[in-house]
Design a protein around this ligand. Structure first.
Ligand code: 13P
Length: 247
């Protein structure tokens, strides 16, 4: 049985002091020992949030990282810095990074490998645009993202990682994929991993849905057999996040 994982992606929200206030506000609401709870927070919030979650069930994630250990890469953050600060997860290849910062599958594959090398758990994101969905190429596109993103990654590492399926048209739009649409793609991802590796690996990897997930639709989405959790944007910034964790 795969353990559920509910992660908040705070995106570019919350100053350090606001971040600590949010952690404290959510503390008792997300205290569910049956679920892995993760806050993926802006880089500048990582240190205070790691401090604020001490002694709770919450783990901290980064929203991004660079592929080198150190050096002249102005503005970047290394995986060693994240690990030293107490980070356990890192989001890789969110559609906003792909779209606004030109991150491609090849580069993201390097990030996945680097994160694993350093002991961070990657949350590798994939997802189709509305145009791709309407063209009927959703699963072709997702399979390409998964195959490129995981190229050369060992099966034991794939088994321990997290994949987030986030249809781009559902992100921040209030339009959630139906639970059947989300299940279909999450199962497709698992089948793809089974073909690339084996059934055991595909049964172990955890697959999240993300895109306008909220307290109202979480239970239905999470009832599907291949949806093991959620990656939540807007609703992770308020008390509602606790309802999703407990859904
Ligand atoms: P929303 O929940 O705001 O739609 O964002 C989803 C997302 O992009 C999480 O990574």
């Amino acid at each position: 049985m795969r353990r559920r994982i509910i992660a908040g992606n705070w995106k570019m929200n919350k100053t350090p002091s606001e971040a600590v206030a949010l952690v404290n506000e959510l503390k008792n609401l997300v205290n569910n020992p049956e679920v892995d709870v993760v806050y993926c927070v802006p880089a500048i919030d990582i240190v205070p949030v790691c401090e604020a979650v001490k002694g709770t069930n919450v783990k901290v994630g980064a929203e991004n990282m660079y592929i080198e250990d150190k050096g002249a890469y102005t503005g970047e953050i290394s995986p060693d810095m994240l690990v030293d600060a107490g980070v356990s997860y890192v989001i890789i290849g969110h559609s906003e990074r792909r779209e606004y910062f030109g991150e491609d599958d090849e580069f993201l594959n390097l990030k996945v490998k680097k994160a694993i090398e350093k002991g961070l758990t990657p949350i590798l994101c994939c997802g189709e645009s509305l145009e791709q969905r309407e063209l009927g190429i959703t699963m072709d596109w997702i399979r390409m993202q998964i195959k490129s993103g995981l190229a050369g990654v060992d099966k034991k590492d794939v088994a321990n990682m997290v994949i987030a399926y986030e249809p781009i048209w559902a992100i921040g739009t209030g339009k959630t994929a139906t639970s059947d649409q989300a299940q279909e793609v999450c199962k497709g991802i698992r089948d793809c991993i089974s073909e690339m590796y084996d059934k055991e690996t595909s049964e172990s990897v955890r697959i999240q849905y993300g895109g306008s997930m909220n307290a109202g639709n979480a239970k239905e989405l999470l009832s599907k057999p291949d949806i093991d959790g959620g990656l939540i944007g807007g609703a992770s910034l308020k008390a509602e996040f606790g309802d999703i964790v407990n859904a």
